[in-house]
Design a protein around this ligand. Structure first.
Ligand SMILES: [Zn+2]
Length: 84
């Protein structure tokens, strides 16, 4: 399954966060590496969108959108640093 970069989910995340999350720097909870969310690897699947670490390939985030809800898990992100 091919992937695109994290900028592909900018629109979906803009419905949740009032800032550009793709410009945020996140720390992977698995390998500890840091990188911009926009540089992560995004895989679109029928069940949802999976965001994987560009360094270790572990799952950073899962996004599921239905007609009435957006469900977001950031369980693989230890923290985010945002520009002010
Ligand atoms: Zn990682």
């Amino acid at each position: 399954m091919g992937h695109v970069d994290g900028n592909a989910i900018a629109g979906s995340l803009a419905e949740i966060f009032p800032f550009d999350v793709t410009a945020a720097v996140g720390r992977c909870a698995h390998c500890g590496s840091t990188g911009m969310i926009g540089d992560a690897m995004v895989y679109f699947a029928a069940t949802g969108t999976i965001v994987r670490c560009a360094n270790c390939d572990e799952v950073l985030a899962v996004l599921v959108e239905t007609p009435s809800r957006i469900w977001l898990s950031l369980s693989g992100v230890r923290g985010l640093t945002l520009p002010t």
